[in-house]
Design a protein. Structure first.
Ligand code: XMP
Length: 324
């Protein structure tokens, strides 16, 4: 019978046998899947695993700390953090096309990850890394084997994903599991609830939630607005009713507003809460009006550059979940 205890015990055995005394690497994205996969492998082989977290500067408020502090505290994992924020911002400078953003982020991620891997090998006196941990789930396995066209509407890049030309043997301890099972395994392994229950978040991060070019100031604005929306949904106890809640900054749009006696000319943000089973289709969430009202009031009061909050009421299809 399936229990998270059985899965953990079984996988620990399998991983130990597969790895022997070799070295293992794992990219952490901040998401549930890579975190649970890494925690499981850590439980099995301890210090033979090194995790790499590439901080591309496109995460939401508090997410880098969740990886660097909370995940490490919960697992004792050996973590290498690469602060690549300036590098990513540099390559993204002036880029507005969504696919272009994805390509740049995917390419740079692989470069930074490979450099980190070379450093790890140097630091361990040349001992090669033979295995790469991936948080592949059962639906990913089915999807990539099935030739499903819908997956190609946008060039999905999983930051934390496999650099194609790297010579590693894969360890995929979650290959037979669904998302809800992965969360149970994560709880079983003692991961913090903020990680275990995190909503899906795209690899290219906030870069594809800024409509227009990405820069540090725009990222800060979006981060603030996003943090408010998340806090209010959490306070209302609605986290587990919602699949995902993108907040999108229309950075090239301005509209006139009024605050106190003054005219403002600020940016709108779009709230995009959706319900879904698997992200292939989605419906817009009917959030209670009082929650929407608190989010709107707080964002326009607290985020100076934002003077308008709008709600996206489009299903998928025809809309996608993300705006880019
Ligand atoms: P869309 O916008 O296509 O998104 O309805 C479906 C799901 O995929 C996520 N998403 C991505 N995930 N890299 C990722 O790892 C990407 O480039 C990417 N684009 C979209 C999106 O957040 C939703 O969960």
């Amino acid at each position: 019978t399936w229990t998270s205890v059985n899965i953990v015990e079984e996988q620990i055995k399998v991983i130990r046998e597969q790895v022997g005394d070799k070295r293992v690497i794992c990219g952490l994205s901040g998401g549930v899947d890579s975190a649970v996969a890494a925690a499981l492998v850590q439980r099995a082989i301890g210090d033979q695993l090194t995790c790499v977290f590439v901080d591309h500067g496109l995460l939401r408020q508090g997410e880098a700390e969740q990886v660097e502090r909370d995940f490490v505290e919960a697992t004792g994992v050996d973590l290498k953090v690469v602060d690549a924020q300036e590098r990513f911002l540099g390559f993204l400078d002036g880029v507005t096309d969504p696919e272009q953003k994805r390509k740049i982020i995917g390419r740079e991620f692989i470069r930074v990850f490979e450099a980190a891997e070379r450093e790890i090998v140097e630091e361990s006196e040349g001992t090669p890394v033979e295995f790469l941990v991936q948080g592949t789930l059962y639906p990913d396995v089915v999807e990539s084997g099935g030739g499903e066209g819908a997956a190609n509407i946008k060039s999905h890049h999983n930051v934390g994903g496999l650099p194609e030309d790297l010579q590693f043997t894969l360890i995929e301890p979650l290959r037979s599991l669904f998302k809800d099972e992965v969360r149970l395994v994560g709880e079983q392994l003692g991961l913090p609830p903020e990680i275990v229950w995190r909503h899906p978040f795209p690899g290219p991060g906030l870069a594809i939630r800024i409509i227009g070019a990405v820069d540090a100031e725009r990222l800060d604005i979006l981060r603030e607005a996003d943090a408010i929306a998340r806090a209010e949904v959490t306070a209302a106890g609605l986290d587990r009713d919602i699949w995902q809640f993108p907040v999108v900054l229309l950075a090239d749009v301005r509209s006139v507003g009024v605050q106190g006696d003054g005219r403002t000319y600020g940016h709108p943000v779009v709230l995009r809460p959706v319900s879904s089973e698997d992200a292939m289709t989605a419906d817009w969430s009917r959030l209670p009006y009082d929650v929407l009202e608190r989010i709107s009031t707080r964002i326009t009061n607290e985020v100076e550059e934002v003077n308008r909050v709008v709600l996206d009421i489009t299903s998928k299809p025809p809309g996608t979940i993300e705006w880019e």
